[in-house]
Write a protein that binds this ligand. Structure first.
Ligand code: VGL
Ligand code: ZN
Length: 198
């Protein structure tokens, strides 16, 4: 059985000093690097937004970061400007090994966010990752990175729905935990059959 490690969004803006710093975000690089050896394939996802992206609160007059808006595809949390294409904030954390097989960029369309590495937030527009993994014969995935309750959870839930066997390595993840989003995400993942390794 071929198994891939999916390293989710270990980028400067999600680490200490970043625009959308996840508490303890810096701490995941070392355990993730150590995990890489165990896998047949290593895929890194990279949040990659154009300036003025619709997930930025600054694109919605009168709205503040961490408030929500209704988008054509559903409710969208608004974030501080982060991971702007080509910026230092969008670069991988300096301690992360980036010699993986594939870097999958997501969230590059102005009008729609993409938490998951598989589908944009309308849950129907594919990124191509499913086809990539399948054509390499990969059927098992382990996920680690940032943030547990957003991009890691959405990626894990889509992967489970697509039929992959999915494990989330909690010791190599950190969460935003906005209004209980972490316990909610953990419950959803467990219900979907994702193995939560702690
Ligand atoms: C993420 C919020 C906005 C994440 C990305 O990587 O979890 N969260 N963009
Ligand atoms: Zn983002």
């Amino acid at each position: 059985m071929t198994e891939a490690l999916i390293v989710v969004d270990v980028q400067n803006d999600f680490c200490t000093g970043g625009a959308l710093a996840v508490p303890g975000g810096d701490e995941v690089a070392a355990p993730i690097n150590a995990m890489m050896e165990r896998f047949d394939a290593v895929i890194l996802t990279q949040d990659w937004h154009p300036q003025g992206h619709s997930s930025f609160a600054s694109s919605h007059p009168g709205k503040n970061p961490f408030e929500s808006v209704e988008m054509p595809y559903g409710t969208q949390v608004l974030w501080p400007d982060h991971c702007v294409q080509g910026s230092e904030g969008a670069a991988f954390h300096k301690d992360l090994r980036t010699d993986g097989d594939l870097v999958l960029r997501k969230g590059f369309r102005s009008g729609i966010d993409s938490y998951s590495g598989f589908f944009e937030n309308d849950q129907t527009t594919p990124t191509g990752l499913d086809g990539y993994l399948r054509s390499r014969g990969i059927s098992r995935l382990t996920l680690a990175g940032l943030a547990t309750d957003f991009c890691v959870a959405f990626t894990a839930l889509d992967a489970a729905r697509l039929g992959f066997a999915v494990t989330v390595e909690l010791a190599a993840c950190r969460a935003i935990d906005l209004d209980g989003s972490l316990p909610a995400a953990l419950a959803k993942m467990k219900e979907a059959g994702v193995v939560i390794q702690s």
